[in-house]
Ligand binder design. Structure first.
Ligand code: ATP
Length: 243
């Protein structure tokens, strides 16, 4: 079933309309990327799903946000998290005074299955082999690439069904971007995870996705499979960095 938005409008502070009739689908097990320039409304779209709009005086004023057929528009972020929708926010929000290990455990705070938590930690080390050596480091002192690994690792510790990533490549060197997307692609394949990702670093993201949407000024202006996006002249020119 998965996640879907149908004709969603979002308004901030009762007057500023940011999303206009946005529809998108994230079927179970798929990886979907949402592209668009700064201010297009990508982060707002993610917040409409994870329930984080309310904290910013934003509201879905029309349309539906369906998770497995249930409308979750009015559910709070904690309830949506418990339903397995885990969002990694933009801008590397690690708990900077805590160690890497403590940060990872925060991801698992709702879980009582300590043996499975331990097994998941091993799995995360397998995806991110640099993490074990960093476990006792204070998270605030990590490099950008290390923080991003930690954030994805922390989200995985919550055993998400649907992982939402907001610009995971932001500020990373090109080589690290490639590595991160390859690992995200691998996680998705091996865990059967559903992923919705916002990205500006479009080429590496599109390569890993099944389907993509392009957003401009609060609307979806184009969508298609990876092959369709990669062969679309406008997408190539504006988002993939070659024509
Ligand atoms: P970026 O890549 O810069 O994060 P984005 O595509 O994710 O851009 P959003 O952050 O969703 O875009 O913002 C879309 C529009 O909504 C922008 O014009 C922004 O100024 C406006 N906006 C975002 N948050 C609020 C808010 N809390 N109140 C009012 N307007 C907002």
């Amino acid at each position: 079933m998965g996640l879907s938005l149908t004709n969603v409008d979002v308004v901030y502070a009762g007057v500023i309309q940011v999303l206009r009739s946005v529809s998108l689908e994230v079927p179970d097990g798929s990886m979907v990327v949402l592209l668009g320039s700064n201010g297009a409304g990508k982060t707002t779209t993610l917040k409409a799903i994870s329930g984080l709009l309310h904290a910013e005086l934003g509201e879905v004023t029309a349309g539906q946000v369906l998770l497995d057929g249930d409308d979750i528009r009015h559910e709070d972020p904690a309830a949506i998290f418990r339903r397995g929708v885990v969002q990694v926010l933009e801008g590397r929000k690690v708990l900077e005074h805590l160690t890497v290990e403590q940060n990872l455990m925060v991801g698992a705070h709702l879980r009582a299955d300590s043996r499975a938590v331990k097994a998941d930690l091993e799995k995360i080390f397998n995806y991110f082999p640099a993490l074990p050596a960093l476990m006792q480091r204070t998270a605030g002192y990590l490099s950008g690439g290390e923080m991003q690994m930690l954030l994805v690792g922390r989200a995985l510790m919550a055993r998400p069904r649907i992982l939402i990533l907001d610009e995971p490549s932001m500020g990373l060197a090109p080589l690290l971007v490639e590595q991160l997307f390859e690992t995200i692609g691998r996680i998705r394949r091996e865990e059967g995870l559903t992923i919705l990702m916002v990205e500006q670093n479009a080429r590496a993201a599109v390569r890993q996705c099944d389907y993509g949407y392009v957003m401009e000024a609060g609307r979806i202006v184009l969508h298609g499979t990876r092959e369709q996006l990669e062969s679309n002249q406008d997408v190539k020119e504006f988002y993939l960095g070659f024509s």
